[in-house]
Ligand binder design. Structure first.
Ligand code: NAP
Length: 304
């Protein structure tokens, strides 16, 4: 099934009178690859809403204009993806405290009183995905985040600290990025964990880790390097790769071959979407319809 994709100019022409009415959108650049419509449209139908979720291509310089147009068109809210998550944090009138801590907003709600509320569902979505995949609370785990200096890695690290992980091991190719994050996590009145529970590494050492999260983009392409020596994996490890295409990266394949429990990023995608839906419309969130919509999007892609 094809899902609508609009430029801002298309939107001005097409949103008024669209059937069903456009009530939600993901704003990004690029955005054509986004699977958010496949998640949210089944959920809107399941709740009986006469509404649709669309993709809207918005260059950075036109982000504020796009938000104004979406509000005028009567949208309930929007998702913001690359490169708008930081601009969304700046533009929101009311920012949920965890979103401020995570340093990015991916969900905006147009409130009836005219205010713009900002949330981050990537961090909570990841936590829900990890706890569902491994059937274990994040609190108390020793977590190694590969690529902690990137946007998704930072969100993973902050969420693990917020959730009360027992140890946080930050790994990043560019050292300065995790040094800054380490200071942010351990220094000051709002520190999230004691410095003694934080380790920085240049290359991953899995000895002290229970859970390993790959938050780099390494593993998406067949000729990508291997970031974890396969000999380090043990059956006690939990391995989560934020990448979901391919469904099993070489990192996950090596971990699985060693007997570790593994999971890919599809569950994170699902749960961040479910949390956004809850911010717009409250409970109940039709999680199974969203899960099915997402799975079907991969089946139909395979058939293309
Ligand atoms: P990003 O901000 O560009 O960060 C990329 C990270 O990967 C950085 O830490 C970077 O290290 C590291 N990296 C890249 N190439 C490397 C290499 N050859 N060797 C070692 N490290 C390398 O990207 P992002 O937005 O955080 O996304 C990262 C991944 O997470 C992507 O695959 C994305 O699709 C996935 N993701 C999935 C979900 C989901 O819902 N499942 C959500 C968000 C993101 P340096 O700092 O040294 O450059």
């Amino acid at each position: 099934m094809a899902f609508p994709f609009f430029t801002l100019e298309d939107a001005a022409r097409s949103f008024p009178g669209a059937v069903p009415p456009v009530k939600l959108a993901v704003l990004g650049d690029p955005v054509a690859h986004s699977r958010s419509p496949q998640l949210h449209n089944p959920a809107l139908r399941a709740r009986g809403f006469d509404a649709q979720y669309v993709r809207l291509a918005v260059p950075p310089a036109r982000f504020r204009e796009a938000l104004a147009r979406c509000r005028e068109a009567g949208l309930a809210g929007v998702n913001c993806t690359i490169p708008h998550k930081f601009a969304a944090l700046e533009v929101a009138d009311d920012v949920d405290p965890p979103a401020r801590r995570l340093g990015a907003v991916n969900t905006l709600v147009f409130r009836d009183d005219g205010r713009l509320a900002g949330f981050n569902t990537d961090g909570p979505g990841l936590q829900r995905a990890l706890e569902e995949t491994f059937a274990i609370p994040l609190a108390g785990l020793r977590v190694l985040v590969l690529g902690a200096g990137g946007g998704a890695g930072r969100a993973a690290a902050v969420q693990c600290a917020l959730a009360g992980c027992a140890r946080l091991i930050l790994v990043n190719r560019t050292r300065e990025k995790i040094e800054a994050l380490a200071t942010e996590l351990t220094v000051g009145a709002d520190a999230l964990l004691p410095a003694a529970r934080l380790t920085l590494q240049a290359t991953p050492d899995l000895c002290e880790a229970d859970l390993v999260i790959n938050a780099t983009s390494v593993g998406m392409k067949p000729d990508d390097p291997t970031l974890v020596d396969p000999a380090q994996w043990e059956p006690r490890h939990l391995a989560y790769d934020m990448i979901y295409s391919p469904p099993e990266t070489p990192l996950l394949a090596a971990a699985r071959a060693a007997g570790a429990h593994v999971g890919n990023g599809l569950s994170m995608l699902l749960h961040q979407g479910a949390a956004s839906f809850a911010h717009w419309f409250g409970d109940p969130v039709p999680l199974e319809e969203m899960r099915r919509g997402l799975q079907e999007s991969f089946t139909s892609q395979a058939e293309d």
